[in-house]
Design a protein around this ligand. Structure first.
Ligand code: AMP
Ligand code: MG
Length: 273
């Protein structure tokens, strides 16, 4: 029996222990090629489900990707979302807030990017930056962070109540795996453009990030919008789990093609020449 990837879901109320988490978990390592083939098949199945979601036009899916630098957010978008119809999918990458964004509440820019009915939205980073990077750098107090997390839980509740399924993935890699990936960005001329000296500064706060990640995941894995904590050292495993979770979620939503418009007798109408 294949182990369900859904065991990576963080049950609400769980206290996440970062030091105990195995970022290299990959099920059966000898199954790598089989899992890659499975991922191909799974990714191909996302497209018809997306079409039904789009046609139905009543609900939407928000996929939130969080990870430390080099954690694989871009890789997931490239490998898992590639079969989606671009017309029904919007990817938003959240960077350091602009002066305009900074003059608003922290959810303002995020709310503008949530998916319209029928759409899938993917967040490359998200409102969780506002309780992670800001927290690690002491830009907000622990009390501010707590308040913000309450706002986040309520905001996601609002989205769910409005017909949006919220799927949250935290991609976790080890410190050693990050070292390899950052080094590769320097060594490979095709990857250098991705290297930011800031990544080295952030890396120095590894332990503080680990503590903040654990706290945020524990406080914001809710029944309406649970987190999936993905072991992401092995890219093939990471892609497989994210793809399967997306497929299971879309299948669970079970979007339906709407009927023909009222009054259209589709059985008898023949299109004239
Ligand atoms: P990248 O994803 O590599 O393009 O980097 C984007 C940078 O923007 C990262 O260093 C994030 O931590 C930072 N960032 C994103 N959102 C926020 C935020 N709300 N507050 C502060 N920094 C942020
Ligand atoms: Mg970066």
């Amino acid at each position: 029996m294949k182990k369900s990837p859904l065991h990576h879901r963080i049950a609400p109320g769980t206290r996440v222990r970062w030091d105990r988490f195995n970022t290299a978990e990959c099920g059966d390592v000898t199954a790598k090629d089989a899992r890659i083939a499975d991922t191909e098949r799974i990714v191909a199945q996302l497209d018809p489900l997306q079409e039904r979601l789009y046609a139905e036009g009543r609900r939407s899916l928000l996929v939130i990707l969080q990870a430390i630098d080099t954690g694989g957010k871009d890789g997931v978008i490239r490998h898992v979302m590639r079969s989606l119809n671009p017309q029904g999918c919007v990817v938003t990458s959240f960077k350091v807030p602009t002066p305009e964004e900074r003059n608003q509440d922290f959810l303002w820019r995020v709310h503008k990017a949530v998916p319209a009915k029928g759409m899938i939205a993917v967040f490359n980073r998200s409102h969780y930056e506002d309780v992670l990077v800001t927290r690690v750098h002491g830009l907000i107090t622990p009390a501010d962070a707590k308040r913000r997390m309450h706002h986040i839980n309520a905001f996601e509740r609002l989205l769910v109540d409005s017909g949006t399924t919220v799927l949250k993935f935290f991609l976790a890699i080890s410190k050693d795996e990050q070292r390899r990936r950052l080094q590769a960005r320097l060594d490979d001329p095709h990857k250098r453009w991705k290297f930011s000296p800031n990544d080295l500064i952030e890396r120095k706060s590894w332990t503080r990030y680990a503590a903040a990640n654990a706290e945020v995941l524990s406080a914001t894995s809710t029944t309406h919008a649970p987190w999936h904590l993905i072991p992401a050292d092995h890219k093939w495993y990471r892609n497989y789990v994210v793809a399967r979770t997306m497929l299971d979620t879309l299948k669970g939503m079970d979007p339906k093609f709407p009927p023909a418009p009222l009054g259209v007798d589709f059985k008898t109408i023949r299109i004239p020449r």
